[in-house]
Design a protein around this ligand. Structure first.
Ligand SMILES: NC(=O)c1ccc[n+]([C@@H]2O[C@H](COP(=O)([O-])OP(=O)(O)OC[C@H]3O[C@@H](n4cnc5c(N)ncnc54)[C@H](O)[C@@H]3O)[C@@H](O)[C@H]2O)c1
Length: 377
């Protein structure tokens, strides 16, 4: 855990959006990390504000209803964990005011939103940072070290397949207009994120894919660890809890420099355990990491990393660390990232490629209604 650098006061942090991610991931970690001090919390929903006010003590922490009320002179960083469709609007407002933003994934839902964020970062002179912690896992770092010894990387397979784990079914996560998509936007974003150090800056020349929703309707498919009541009337959205996003997405992508990527993101499946699997094929060998990303308790007991060369597969030691350590590690990196002016624009450069690929996978996966109806007979 990072202490503030000598002479640096703790980063005055506003937490914006007080739902599951803020209360389970960010607020506890910010509270325990001496490099940060939480100075404000924001949520238009009375229930979120009340829960945080009770946990933190109203007198100690101002709890506000809108980011409009945050004073840039009193906030060094906003940690934003609002529903996906509000990411761009909320972050752009903060950035334009000059408040640096650490924005949960998916950073944005369209290429147009990426450009709006880029403009807000430029005009406000504040930095945009992105919350996607998987790159900070010890096992993923171990994989990157092995990847550096595999010669030219030719092909990467990225899969995060849950046994069951549809977040907040019937709420905003499962409505396209509010979430931007299903498993591809939610889990796939993390997979794209960990591919960045493997693929460098090459653009995707081709991106196609398929989507399906065979599990989302099953009550047992929900992510029980979130504590969502699941389909209770209080949780049903304005559309009566209907879902119109995919629980499974598969993509095939080719970079400008001729490398291929297979991507598979599933909120629910036929599998027994929630499993993340990354395979890298290089000119001098291949490597595979098997582990479980995220907070699901239905996980592999430990991460395994192997390297295969000339027909021989050998295990590579990876440390076992407590669930969620990558989020602590990402927080530890934030102060230095905030101080580094070269970081401005970096997130948007990566995000443009990710959201562009997601848009193209969805565009190729959308089947005209007539074809879909005849296929389901
Ligand atoms: N990095 C991760 O591993 C991870 C895990 C879970 C969620 N997330 C991301 O965090 C974000 C939030 O997810 P969640 O599960 O906490 O959702 P949630 O629905 O539990 O919480 C969202 C909160 O935002 C509040 N909100 C709505 N509009 C707002 C506004 N204009 N200003 C401030 N607050 C507003 C809502 O009232 C709600 O309390 C999502 O984008 C999700 O993708 C990331």
């Amino acid at each position: 855990m990072s202490a503030p650098s000598i002479g640096e006061p703790p980063i005055r942090t506003a937490v914006v959006g007080l739902g599951w991610a803020a209360r389970s991931i960010w607020l506890p970690r910010l509270r325990h990390n001496p490099a940060f001090t939480v100075t404000a919390a924001v949520d238009p929903d009375e229930r979120g504000r009340a829960a945080v006010a009770e946990a933190e003590g109203m007198d100690r922490l101002p709890v506000l209803a809108a980011v409009h009320d945050l004073d840039p002179a009193e906030v060094d960083l906003a940690v934003v964990a609002v529903p996906n469709h509000l990411h761009c609007a909320v972050a752009a407002e903060l950035l334009a005011k000059g408040i640096p933003v650490f924005l949960e994934k998916p950073v944005c839902l369209t290429s147009e939103e990426a450009e709006r964020l880029a403009e807000a970062e430029r005009s406000g002179g504040a930095m945009l940072l992105a919350g996607s912690a998987a790159r900070y896992r010890a096992d993923v770092r171990g994989l990157y070290r092995i990847a550096a010894r595999l010669g030219h990387i030719r092909h990467v397979e990225l899969a995060w397949v849950r046994s069951r784990g549809v977040p907040d079914r019937g709420g905003w996560f499962t409505q396209r207009s509010l979430a931007g998509g299903g498993a591809l936007v939610d889990l796939g974003w993390h997979l794209f994120d960990i591919a960045v150090p493997l693929l460098g800056t090459a653009a995707f020349r081709h991106a196609i894919g398929t989507v399906s929703s065979d599990f989302i309707v099953q009550r047992s498919s929900r992510a029980a660890w979130r504590g969502d009541d699941g389909d209770g009337p209080a949780l049903l959205g304005a559309n009566g809890g209907a879902t119109d996003v995919e629980d499974t997405a598969r993509g095939f992508l080719i970079t400008d420099d001729g490398r291929s990527v297979v991507l598979h993101a599933s909120w629910a499946s036929h599998e027994e355990l929630d499993t993340t699997r990354v395979t890298i094929d290089g000119s001098a060998g291949s490597a595979t990491l098997r582990c479980t990303f995220g907070f699901s308790p239905n996980r592999l007991e430990k991460s395994t990393l192997t390297r295969t060369v000339d027909g021989t597969t050998r295990p590579v030691a990876v440390p076992t660390e407590p669930v969620g350590t990558e989020y602590d590690r990402q927080l530890d990196m934030l102060p230095a990232q905030l101080r580094d002016p070269a970081g401005r624009g970096r997130v948007i450069d990566e995000v443009r490629r990710t959201i562009g690929a997601i848009e193209r996978v969805y565009a190729s996966a959308r089947i005209p209604r007539k074809v879909r109806e005849s296929a389901s007979v």
